[in-house]
Every structure is written in structure tokens, then in C-alpha cells.
Design a protein around this ligand. Sequence first.
Ligand code: FAQ
Length: 311
Amino acid sequence: DRSELERQFEDTIGRDQRIEPRDWMPDGYRSTLVRQIAQHAHSEIIGMQPEANWITRAPSLRRKAILLAKVQDEAGHGLYLYSATESLGADRSELTGKLISGKQKYSSIFNYPTLTFADVGVIGWLVDGAAICNQVPLCRCSYGPYARAMIRICKEESFHQRQGYELLMTMMHGTQGQRRMVQEATDRWWWPSLMMFGPPDADSPNTAQSMAWKIKRHTNDELRQRFVDMTVPQAEALGVTLPDPHLRWNAERGRYDFGEIDWTEFTAVIKGNGPCNAQRVAQRRRAHEEGSWVREAAAAHAEKQRALRQV
Ligand code: FAQ
């Protein structure tokens, strides 16, 4: 009966074991996972756009090949994650429908423009850096398919982060103009990167339950602090200044203190009013519509194969 199923579920979570697709789970656990994983998948797919903006203008064949490969990796992550939602009974075309009609969220970070080639480096360094910080603990998520998908995704994200850092290091050893570009891109991306971790714990409606279910393993503020602590020494090694006058080492806490995040900006962006929201969703919708002939052809082919097998 139901109470026995609930007890088994709680036991599995309590013992740090994994919930698998065919196991019984509370409706709220299932819907929380579908919500988070779908948003994550949408982020990977929409996240292809800001960097794709520079593929045709990459400054060398080497940089172009690297960027192409990275953007393709993001597509792979998206597909992986949509598959994880399907293991929970979600329908992928329905999720895509919710994305292109603005009903489901994707990460705030991808609503900012990429103005110079230094943005490609800074996205790798800060955006992928923040993504890794948030996603490594998800490798221990209680839901098996999501946790396993995260292992491969994190390995690729680490590679992305390194390529961004290497690109910036190269630019910082270049001309005065290149150094200025890196600093200017860092100034624009720093605060939005901190917002990726979500609202402060006191205003995060989902954290408590997601932690109890071991979907999330740390709170938004814990991960944000970890990211700041990890990134400050990297900025020093690069020779860029992080745009926060309140950023300083706190010996007592053994961590960096940092300034107040502009949460009104964050709220505006997740409500659809960031600098590029309309453009990002419109581009995704156009790509979906232009791909309809592929879906139709695939369905017709599958139907033909099915009919052939029946004779
Ligand atoms: N943007 O109660 P919480 C990548 C929403 S990395 C937009 O704290 P939760 C790699 C939240 O959904 C980016 N919305 O929520 C890459 C909720 O709204 P809802 C993707 C945000 O879920 C790099 C509401 O605010 N990574 O793509 C954001 O417990 C480079 C209340 O918030 C992931 O998705 C935000 N930043 O914690 C690709 C990681 N923050 O649904 C290409 C997995 C919060 O109630 C290029 N996700 N919201 O309407 C998570 O870890 C969690 O979902 C959090 C949010 C931490 C993002």
C-alpha cells in the first residue's frame, strides 16, 4: 500500500541510494525533477545562441573549431537532459512547446548579449565555471538518470571552462586593446554569473524540499559563495579586476565577502524582460518551425518501416 511505498522511498533517500525510473515516487518529487531538468535542458539549448553568434567571426581556424565543438557539446547536453525528463514520463515535444511559448524558464544568464570575442572566453571562464560549481553536486542527485547524465556533462563543462580560461590568458598576453576587451567583458558578465545560482536562500521557495529529497545537495547561497572563493584567485592570475568594490577576503570566515546582487535585475530577466529574452525565444521558435520537415520525414520513414515489418 501507499504508506509502505512512501516508507521505501524515504528509506532509499535516507540511505543515499538512487531512485530509478520504475520506482514509486511522490508526485511532487517527479514534478520537481521534471521542472528542474527541463529548465536545465532548455538552458543548454538556448545557451548555444550567445556563443554561436561568434562562430562565423572567430579569429582563427583553431578558435573556430574549438567554438563549434563547444556549441555542439551544449546540444548534446540538452538532448541528454531531455531524455532524463522522458524517463519521468515527460513528453519532449511538450517541453519544447513550453519553452518556445515562454511558459517554462531557462537560465537567466543566456539573456545577455555577446558583444566581443572576449565574451566567448569569459563565458567559458565564468558561466561554465558557475555551471560546474552548481552541477558537480548534482552528480550525487537522488534521481539516478539525472545524476548519471551529470557525470559526463560535468567532464565536458570542465573542458569548456579550461578553453575559456586559456583564451583569456592568450588575450591578456596580447595587446593593450585585447586586455581592455577582456576586462570589459568580465565587467559585464560577473554579476549575471552570480545570479545563475538562483535567488538568495531566504527567497528560494524550492530549496528546502529539494534538499530534503536530495535533488539539490547545497543551497543557492552556499554554491554562490563557493564560486566566488574559487574565482577570485583565477581573476588575480589572469590580471583582471572583478567589478565589486566590496569583494575582500574575510579571514574570520575563511571566505570572500562580496557586494549586494541586484535582485531586481534578476527578477526582470527571469520574467522575460532581460536584454535578449525575446530574441532568444524567437530564434528557438524559428529553428523549431524550420525543422518541421525533418520531424515529418522521420515520422513518415518510421511509419514506412513499421508497415514493411507487418507484411
Ligand atoms: N535563471 O526556488 P529556486 C548551463 C527560478 S548552466 C532562471 O531557488 P530551484 C551550461 C527557479 O527555476 C545553466 N530562473 O529554484 C552552459 C524557480 O522558478 P520556478 C543551467 C531561475 O530550482 C554553459 C525560481 O527561480 N543550469 O546551461 C534561476 O530550487 C555555457 C525560484 O528559485 C541548471 O539548470 C536562474 N538563474 O534552484 C550551457 C542547473 N535561478 O521553476 C551553454 C540545474 C532560479 O519555480 C553555455 N538547476 N530560477 O518557476 C538548479 O540547480 C536549480 O534549478 C537552480 C534554481 C539552482 C538553478
